[in-house]
Design a binder for this molecule. Structure first.
Ligand code: GLN
Length: 268
């Protein structure tokens, strides 16, 4: 008695005569599980085929798991670019790591691709602007600001503002604010203050270096900290700006706030 397969693909001991083989049409058990699948070679083939399918499904499952794990990691540790043209971008990268993000230095417009957010560090806004304008980086940044969170510190705030004074200069116009450059005086007038802010956790150290002053803000701008009545830490949706240098203090609350903003935008 010939043993029949109890389920397709399971190889059994079947010996068929040549005539029997010829009589039975070759059918694909995957397409037609009910049909006769008695061809010995074909069953062997089916076994092999099933093994390959199972292998492929396992690989797909594994890839899916890896992608999910990657997405979860990326959500918890967003990829944040730091404009690394001039200024203290290295301290920002370090601060971002400490705040739970994965920083990446950006020097070309192409470097913006795939980022979850971006930091525009302090430095000399005119120098940074000149570089941006030479490489059509400015337009790429403008486009980026329209869809991803961005955090400007000091010169970075000048680049983000709607209007720049003293002297006037071109800006991205994504922060509804008017900014006056070097408003607190010269380098020698740079100062470190500690003051209460809207952030939980007590007073915050704020390092001001030839800082700009935010002299006007639009209705959509939330002020989180002030100096002499003028806003020094603000946010407007996915745009954040600090006229001081949070990356130069040990306190990571400001960077953490930005990382949280980026993570929240990433989930949307
Ligand atoms: N004074 C600089 C400017 O106007 C900003 C200073 C800074 O980023 N620390 O661009």
């Amino acid at each position: 008695m010939k043993e029949l397969p109890n389920s397709f693909g399971q190889r059994r001991n079947i010996q068929l005569t040549k005539t029997e083989k010829q009589q039975r049409p070759l059918k694909d058990p995957l397409l037609d599980p009910g049909g006769p699948h008695l061809d010995d070679d074909f069953l062997a083939l089916c076994g092999e085929r099933n093994r390959r399918i199972v292998k492929r499904l396992k690989a797909e499952e594994e890839t899916k798991r890896l992608v999910e794990a990657q997405q979860l990691y990326r959500k918890e540790h967003p990829l944040i670019g730091v404009l690394a043209i001039q200024g203290n971008y290295a301290s920002h990268s370090q601060a971002l790591i400490e705040a739970g993000a994965e920083p990446v230095e950006v020097r070309k417009p192409g470097g913006l691709a795939g980022l979850d957010g971006l930091v525009l560090p302090g430095g000399e806004s005119t120098t940074i602007l000149k570089f941006l304008e030479k490489h059509r980086f400015f337009e790429a940044l403008q486009e980026f600001c329209g869809r991803k969170p961005i955090f400007g510190t000091c010169a970075g705030v000048i680049l983000l503002a709607r209007e720049v004074r003293n002297p006037a200069q071109r800006s991205l116009g994504v922060l509804d604010a008017v900014v006056e450059r070097n408003a607190y005086g010269r380098q020698i007038d740079s100062t470190i203050l500690t003051a209460e802010t809207a952030l939980a956790g007590g007073p915050l150290e704020m390092v001001f270096i030839r800082a700009p002053r935010i002299v006007e803000t639009g209705a959509g701008v939330e002020v989180l900290a002030r100096r002499e009545g003028f806003p020094v830490l603000v946010c407007q949706g996915r745009v954040m700006a600090a006229t001081f240098h949070p990356e130069l203090s040990a306190d990571r609350r400001v960077h953490r706030l930005f990382v949280e903003t980026v993570a929240a935008a990433h989930t949307k």
